[in-house]
Design a protein. Sequence first.
Lengths: 94, 212
Amino acid sequence: MEENASHHVATKTFVFVWIALLCLTGLTIKAAQMQMGEWSMVANIAIASAKASLVLWFFMHLKYEKRLFKLLLFVPIMTISIIIVLTFFDIWYR
Amino acid sequence: MPYARIFVLMNETAHIEHRDYATAKLGMWLFLFTEILLFGGMFLVYAEYRQLNTADFHEAGREMNIFLGAANTVILLTSSLTMALAISAIKKGMKIRSLLFQAATVLLGLGFLVNKYFEWSDHIRKGLYPDSPVLLAMSHGKILFFGLYYVMTGIHALHVIIGLSVIIFMFVLTLRGNISGTDYVKLENTGLFWHIVDIIWIYLFPLFYLIL
C-alpha cells in the first residue's frame, strides 16, 4: 500500500483530464441539440459514464489503488444495473 | 510483572499513533457505495417515470435553463480538479499550495450553490414548485418531472453543502498541521466524497437539462 499511498500524479495529468471532461460536456450538449429522439438520451448517458470513469480513474485515484478497490466498485454498479434492467423488462413486457 | 514495569508499558502504548491507511480508504469507499445506491434508487424511479411519460418529460425539460446547468457542470468539474491538486500538493508537503487549492474548491462549491439559488428562485417565481397551483394544474408526467427535479437536485445540493462544510473543516486541520505531508488520508477521503458529488451531477445534468 505504501507505494500506492505516496504515488504522485503529475499536475499535467489532472489538467488534461479536466480538459477532456470539459470537451465531453460540450459534446453532450451538442448530442442533446441534435434531436435524435431517445438516442440523444443513450448518447448522453454514454458520455456521462465516460466522464464519471475519468473522474473515478484519475481524480479519485482508482488507477493507482489496489485491485480490491477496483473490484469492489463493481458491486454497487452491478446491483444498480441489474435492478434497472429487471425493472425495464417489467415495463416493456408486462 | 512489577507495577512499575506495567506503568512504563502503558505509557509507551499511549504514545503509539495507530494509523491504518488502507482501512481508512476502504471505509470511505464503502460509504461511497451506499451513496451510489441512494442516488441509484432515484435514477431508477426517474427512468421508469420517463419511460411511462416520455412526451411530458420532454416538454417539462424545456423549462430548464441549459446555460445555468452547463455553468454548474463546469464549476463542479473545475472544483474536482482543484480538490485533486490540493491533495497532490499536501502529499508533496506543500502546505500553502494545498490550502489555496482547498480554498478555491470551497469558492467554486459556493458558486455552484449561488447558481442553484438563482435557478430555483426563477422556477418558484414562475410558480413551479412542489404542490403549487400552477404545477398541480399540469399533466401527471410534468408533476412527476418537477417532483423528481426538486428531490434529486435538492439532495445533491445538500451533499454539496455537507461536502463544503467538511472541506472547510479540513482546511482548518491543514492550517493547524493535523493534515500534513505524512498524514493526509482525511483530506483524501474528503476529496473522494467531493468527487462522488461531482459524478452524481455529471448524470443529473443530462437527465434534467438536456431532454429537449
